[in-house]
Design a protein around this ligand. Structure first.
Ligand SMILES: [Zn+2]
Length: 168
């Protein structure tokens, strides 16, 4: 069964239960994530087998596209029909970012072919909020996304503000 930020029943019916409503109100999930969850539930009716191990973690509007942070979401990219179904339901092109077992590996994939030199946690006063500073090495022209987009994606993955530094 496809897993989304809202519960399965809510994704299928389109009506949010008390628990999901509260998540939305507290800002733990966004309206966009609720909408994309419903699309995934509709897609599951047609592509049950393909989507059975897929988890939708987050969804984020990035320029004209909708970025989907997933686990096992590569099946969507590999299946043109499924991808087109989701894109037509969302009414936007999608980009899939695959979340790996740990954040470091997820970042390594995202910033490929650049190398990660280091990831520092910076405590920002006055409340000691954590900001990640990611130092990369390599040619930024070979990246899959622009620096600004990468920052947005990294923040979605880390759930914290991110600062990127690139050394040649
Ligand atoms: Zn629910």
């Amino acid at each position: 069964m496809v897993t989304t930020p809202i519960c399965n029943f809510c994704a299928k019916t389109g009506v949010l239960c008390k628990k999901c409503k509260q998540k939305l109100r507290k800002g733990k999930i966004t309206n966009l994530e609720v909408e994309v969850s419903k699309v995934f539930a509709r897609a599951e009716q047609r592509y049950l087998k393909q989507l059975q191990n897929v988890t939708l973690d987050r969804a984020h509007q990035m320029n004209e596209s909708i970025l989907l942070l997933t686990r096992n979401g590569n099946v969507i990219i590999q299946n043109t029909e499924l991808r087109q179904f989701i894109e037509s339901e969302i009414r936007a092109p999608i980009e899939i970012i695959e979340r790996k077992t740990d954040t470091r590996t997820t970042f390594a994939d995202l910033f490929h072919p650049l190398d990660i030199v280091e990831i520092d946690q910076i405590y920002v006063p006055p409340d000691g909020d954590i900001e990640l500073k990611i130092t990369l090495r390599g040619d930024p022209n070979s990246l899959r996304f622009s620096i600004d987009q990468l920052k947005q994606i990294a923040e979605l993955i880390a759930n914290n503000p991110v600062r990127l530094e690139i050394h040649n």
